[in-house]
Design a protein around this ligand. Structure first.
Ligand code: FAD
Length: 476
């Protein structure tokens, strides 16, 4: 039997009306408070540590490094502007999980998952403390997350998931359809799993801008519009070359995530996929009352293709996910940030989930590049005889995990042995994606198998079962 919970989506005319005012613009970046671009790097300079990339990984690497050693000189080189990549475009779910969800962590690292859970909780606590200490106004709310089942097989999955959470010491509550709808009202909901304390909802661009300002106050030098074209080992250490300047540093951290990396090895582990998002106009109090949602939790439905959604600080609904689009040859760029079919699918699924909101209009639509690995978690590595370390590939859960990823990269660049660098998750690389021309067809076959699996009540089929045996997959 096939199941499509969103089959009752509205007519094309209703979707047209809902999308008529949706500007191709990123909600989070389209607001006051965006800092002016820093001056590009011009000429030669020297520093202790050069960081390539001004998203969360690069920003956390800079702040953690300078706060650990205030005397250390640090330069951040960013191809565009702070948070112009995934960090300024995401859903703003800042989660404690370092492993793209507990079940994925249990599947890959059963022996160290309890350490990973503990380190993830500590990481989230430090992020919250850092936001408070630096007075970063990013609308952070520790609301927790509500996962919702929109089919019976997803409800069965949630009832298994609650036991997995509890067996690893995580407080989780299983809700039936009525209890789920008492939190947030959708006729599609069959069950829910509430994890109250491990997710902070925030405005990611404001967090990134605040981290940059905190770094600047501590003496970190930022250069925007300074794409690193090459990294080279020299007698002094590492030389990073941009179009108009060079930085000579003792060490480097590469934090380019889904973008074309200056270290080729990253590409083996990481594939860039585009994820798309819509945001509505602010809801009126009457519209909000039809939903409930007084706890303001971040929500996700739990199919293999899924949506994530939330209330923004000004009570819009941000609604994203579903398709994860890979473009042949690892292509990234502004031309991939908009997909008409995906936008329409997202709008239709939104109205199928919340039919009471028919008439609400979307104001923003955008996309951004997610770096995924075959195990859905960050990968790390070193190059240039250990002077360069990199961290990339958080898949769709990097807002919180990027601080941990940055710390691991710093440990690796500095040659420090720590509990973090001892983790199997850090020491072992993910199974590599094949190079082109095989990468594109392999990903398309896997995407189709995932779609089929969801339509067939979660049955995985031969291709996904084969990948499961090797512990590899595709996700966003
Ligand atoms: C639409 C979308 C929704 C998401 N939702 C969530 C969510 O709700 N929760 C969550 O946890 N995660 C989410 N993610 C994932 C999360 O945003 C990322 O994992 C995280 O932001 C990665 O941060 P980063 O710094 O590693 O990468 P990025 O933010 O992509 O930063 C990389 C930076 O490197 C720069 N760069 C690239 N090449 C060079 C070069 N050669 N020289 C200099 N600079 C360079 C880029 O311009 C970019 O600014 C989402 C991602 C997307 C795209």
């Amino acid at each position: 039997m096939t199941t499509d919970p969103f089959a009752g989506r509205p007519s094309d005319a209703i979707i047209d009306t809902a999308l008529a005012d949706a500007a191709p613009s990123v909600l989070w970046l389209d607001q006051p408070g965006r800092p002016a671009a820093a001056l590009p790097l011009v000429g030669p300079t020297t520093t202790d540590l050069v960081i390539v990339g001004g998203g969360f990984t690069g920003l956390w690497a800079a702040l953690c490094a300078v706060e650990a050693d205030p005397g250390r000189s640090i330069v951040v080189l960013e191809a565009g502007e702070t948070a112009i990549g995934a960090s300024g475009r995401n859903g703003g779910f800042c989660d404690a999980s370092l492993t793209h969800g507990l079940e994925n962590g249990v599947a890959h690292w059963p022996d160290e998952i309890d350490d990973l859970v503990r380190m993830g909780d500590e990481n989230l606590d430090v992020i919250v403390a850092t936001i408070e200490r630096h007075g970063i106004d990013c609308g952070a709310e520790r609301t927790g997350e509500l996962n919702v089942a929109v089919t019976d097989w997803q409800a069965d999955d949630l009832s298994e998931s609650v036991d997995v959470h509890r067996s690893h010491g995580i407080d989780a509550t299983l809700l039936d359809d009525t209890a789920t709808r008492a939190h947030v009202d959708s006729p599609l909901y069959r069950a829910g799993l509430l994890v109250a304390d491990r997710t902070v909802m925030l405005d990611p661009a404001r967090l990134a801008w605040g981290l940059r300002a905190a770094g600047e106050r501590s003496g970190v030098r930022f250069h925007d519009n300074s794409t690193v074209r090459a990294l080279r080992r020299t007698a002094q250490g590492i030389e990073a070359t941009t179009d108009h300047g060079t930085v000579t540093a003792e060490r480097a951290v590469v934090a380019t995530n889904a973008f074309r990396p200056p270290v080729r090895a990253i590409r083996r582990s990481v594939a860039p996929v585009y994820d798309h998002v819509l945001a509505t106009e602010p809801l009126s109090p009457a519209q909000k009352a039809t939903l409930g949602w007084t706890g303001r939790q971040g929500l996700s439905d739990v199919g293999h293709q899924f949506h994530y959604y939330r209330l923004t600080p000004d009570d819009r609904i941000l609604w994203g996910g579903w398709d994860a689009l890979y473009h042949f040859g690892n292509r990234v760029g502004p031309e991939y940030e908009h997909s008409e079919p995906t936008t329409r699918t997202l709008a239709g699924h939104f109205l199928a989930t919340f039919p009471q909101l028919e008439g609400v209009r979307f104001t923003h639509r955008w996309g951004g590049p997610i770096a995924t690995t075959s195990r859905f978690t960050c990968a790390w590595g070193t190059s240039h005889r250990g002077r360069v370390a990199w961290a990339a590939g958080y898949t769709g859960l990097g807002v919180g995990a990027s601080r941990f990823g940055a710390q691991v990269a710093l440990d690796l660049a500095d040659g420090v042995t720590s509990e973090r660098t001892g983790l199997e998750m850090v020491r072992r690389s993910p199974f590599p994606f094949p190079p082109e021309p095989l990468r594109w067809p392999a990903i398309q076959v896997t995407r189709r198998a995932i779609q089929k699996c969801d339509r067939r009540g979660g049955r995985r089929g031969p291709w996904l079962s084969l990948l499961d045996r090797f512990g590899i997959g595709f996700d966003s």
